[in-house]
Design a protein around this ligand. Sequence first.
Ligand code: HEM
Length: 421
Amino acid sequence: MSSLIAEKKLETSIRGCPIDHTKLAAQKTAPENYQGKPAFEQDEEGNLHIYGYTEARALLRASGTRQGGFNAEQLERLLKTMRDPILYQEGEAHRDQRTKTARFFTPTTTDSKYRSFMEKFADELIQKIKQEKRVNLSDLSMQLAVQVAAQVVGLTHSRRPGMAKRIEAFFTQVPQDAARLNRLLGFLGNQLKVANFYFTDVQPAIQARRNHLQEDVISHTLSEGYKPLEILTECVTYASAGMATTREFISLCAWHMLENADLKTQYLAGNQTERYKLLHELLRLEPVVGTLYRRATEDIELETQGEKLNIAKGSKISLHLYATNTDEQIVGDAPNQVCPARTLPKGVPDPVMSFGDGNHRCPGAYIAIQETDIFLSKLLRLEGLSIEKAPDLSWNELVSGYELRNFILVLEHFHELSAKQ
Ligand code: HEM
């Protein structure tokens, strides 16, 4: 991939890797082949597509853009009458919200506040696998992701169990090419599902916090004077940004490691730093959010290494993370394979761009990796666990990412491998 605009001074040393790359596990989820793409290009409609890592990073760190994905533009008219959720905010309002909520997401908080909950919930899921011997991992991973994010958000007073199912219901999309009536019915049905989520999960959480604020996102929004509809929108945002994503990532890692005994052995033998590195490498290769979108709100000129990229106000910009994350100038040899020994240039994080970059960079990264590690460290130690049916792979337009469904695991005879810290 040619890198015409490279604003940063990445040290692009040849990274000698001791591992035999012919034996590495290959990528599973990419919707198309991005090899040979230019660093950026414009399509016939004038939309800009960015494939190079440094170009994407420069754009995400530049001012003069707003969110163009996660239905932001479809919901624009509705949101005019109310406060934007964090994902759609820009400028001072966004900075203020990020600063005030940062304390919920630090590595220290993630470890001290959420670890015991994650351990306990993961143990319950493992117990269920031991009892039932045949499970759908995509359901279990959703339950874990929903319950963990619920602690951070403050969705802890639901009137009934089953929040994961209620949230999953409103993510089910009616295909764009469905008949108009079906699309309308789908839209109305979705409003009912969101209303069900509001009355069953969000409203009781608000009530419980009105007179007794806690350390979570809903308490924060109440202290900022958010109205119930604005709090609901924030909760739906966390559901798509935090729950739907982590759910897929957990299944994805299990899929790779249950299919590749070497990878599993290496993961289980590693200390926490080594395990996290492997999880980050899997996330680099299989970014759960495949494309980020932005709209230029002013003319933008990116000046990089003497090259200029002019982006006209109003342009739609697609940042293709499968391409940025396999940019050979950044990730070195065998970009489309899982290489746990990969070393990246200084300043490039191990998951490359899978958690985004710039001011909207994912605040939940530590949470996602910690919960995935806690659960997988227990799951993969169940001896006799194997895949009965690999997951069905489909594409979710809302998060522009893969979905793994009907992932059936069986536990044929059962011994626990001894735990290693
Ligand atoms: C593997 C799991 C996850 C992945 C791959 C992921 C990925 C991302 C990405 C790529 C963005 C940037 C979107 C953009 O720039 O347009 C983002 C934003 C965000 N994520 Fe995550 N995420 C994950 C887990 C979580 C978790 C566990 C939480 C919370 C509990 C969370 C909360 C958020 C929020 C609130 C934003 C919006 C931040 C802002 O706009 O300032 N995410 N995530």
